[in-house]
Design a protein around this ligand. Sequence first.
Ligand code: PEP
Length: 251
Amino acid sequence: MTTRKQRITGNWKMNLALDEALELARGIRNRVRAHVDSDVAVCPPYPYLEPIAQLLKDSPVQVGAQDMDAFASGARTGAVSGPMLRSVGCSFTLVGHSERRAIFGDTNEIVSAKLRAALEHDLDVTLCVGESLEQREAGTTFDVVLEQVESALSTIQAGQMNRIVVAYEPVWAIGTGHTATPAQAQEVHARIRSHIGHLYDADIANSLNIQYGGSVKPDNAATLKSQPDVDGALVGGASLDPESFIQIIRT
Ligand code: PEP
């Protein structure tokens, strides 16, 4: 039986001025120093990645991007590539966040290309998946989520799976205060894990870290994290306050 380490990632989204972002990173660094039982990571906005990676260089806190482009370079105004992210100190990137899918049009094919490119450029990946409220109410949650997982991983070999984390984030729970119940989260996480076992093998499935995301707060983190297939959290709003982020890590 594999023991998976909990992983807590803060997604700062498009928030904070530079001085506020540095202050938050310092606050997390100072509090995390004494507590390294979990993997801890933050995803600041692009312009702050380099100074924050510098600030967190000697701490256990990893720095990642919220998204990246599938191409390494070229005429793609506004885009940021994997090699750029590596060069400023990122060790990983999110791909497929539901806000990228809904607002910026990232299809399953685009997410798959970004994931492949991230690994090619030596970045670990947190693959975000999740169903909308309509899809849940229509009873298609498993179909939607497993299709997102399978499509994103379609070109990924077994040997690359140790660089992937999956974040299950029901869209209806993100930023709404409507957290999935621990049972709802567990049910989907277990299905994702068994599907990974089917696509690869049982060892890879058992080793895969599957985070839950969607209105995780200090007061609901413990019951979510105690589910057998929930291996941590991807945290949006509550990661903007060092005290609540650290409480989520410590629960
Ligand atoms: C997220 O953006 O990934 C997220 C889970 O946000 P929140 O915690 O605010 O719901």
